[in-house]
Design a protein around this ligand. Sequence first.
Ligand code: HEM
Length: 366
Amino acid sequence: MSSSFSTSKLKAMYQLALGNAKNLTHYVLLDMEKKGEVDMKDMFGRFTMDNIASCAFGVNCNSFTDPNSTFATNAAKLFSTERAAIMRLINDLALPECIKSRLPDPLAEPSQFFADVVTRTIRSRDNSTHSAPDFLQLLMDTKDKEGNRVLSTSSIISQSVLFLFVGYDTTASLLTFAGYCLATHPEVQERVQEEVDAALSRHGDLTYAALQEMSYLDRVMSETLRLYPPATRLERESTKEYTLPGTDVHLPIGTVVQISVLSIHRDPEYYPDPLRFDPDRFLPEEKERRHPCAYLPFGSGPRNCLAMRFALFEAKVALAELMRQMTLKPTACTPSPPMPLDKMAFLLTPAGRKMPLISVPRSSAK
Ligand code: HEM
């Protein structure tokens, strides 16, 4: 599966992501005109939903024009449910019908919706020569030596739903906090805009190659993920007896260990003055000085985030396109950094669950 996120696959998805980023910019400016401020959490949520819909399901979701589209409504039903139930849903989708039909399924409606979307798309693509640059196609094109499809339709459905579940809120959270950090650090935002403008002058447009040159924007995203990691903790289970070095803390087999990513990321031992937003902490020489496990937004080891490259890529497209067209500013009510957090949310969420900001069109927009 990790090959689904290779450079060539990301390049193929570039136009999908760029189209969704252009929509985002258009609707942010429109909302600003209407309301005098924009809830960027909502806007980034719509962008991420559209992008997952097009990249994972081959569906045009249009959540900017139609927030109540059937795709968005069914996705909302999934997200309003307990995490454990969702994980069960993903497993259930791969189970044979005779077992599945005996299980009570509170998520029958959304699960059937996504199963239908994927099944219909597979069928229509099977009956045509049309090939799309999305995950669904990649899953369909995974073949054995004899040229037979490796994944069954139910496996493809469960993979697509998994991508939606783990890829939507996380990327939207990164973008929301990045928007906040840019708005509250005008000197950083200006530097990003200069970098975007310079890349545009060299490449003529926001191409995949232009995006690759934006190293400062990379650092801004890394620093955002340090201060505001969407997944604030990781879990592991010990598979052998272990005593924590230098302590008498003994972990028997089967112990569930929780790792607080947020605490590590805000530990002054690794990041002096930890609440200060400073993208240059991620200059190559600074990164080299730190322990690799001092930075864990995408986890670590063999079970780390499968789609890290895709997540950073889509977030970068969205931010570069926004910075090309506008400047973000705090409203009178935007809290000073660091952003207060919602203590009840499963993934890192701003207190109040909104991120109202002001967007000012750039007179120099290229
Ligand atoms: C900024 C956005 C994202 C963040 C911060 C993030 C973070 C994470 C984290 C912390 C894990 C657990 C890693 C571990 O336990 O070591 C994970 C797993 C995973 N993520 Fe992401 N993720 C993001 C976006 C995405 C997207 C967009 C997708 C799919 C399109 C995705 C697919 C997955 C999958 C499939 C796993 C499970 C891997 C496994 O269990 O082997 N993630 N992610």
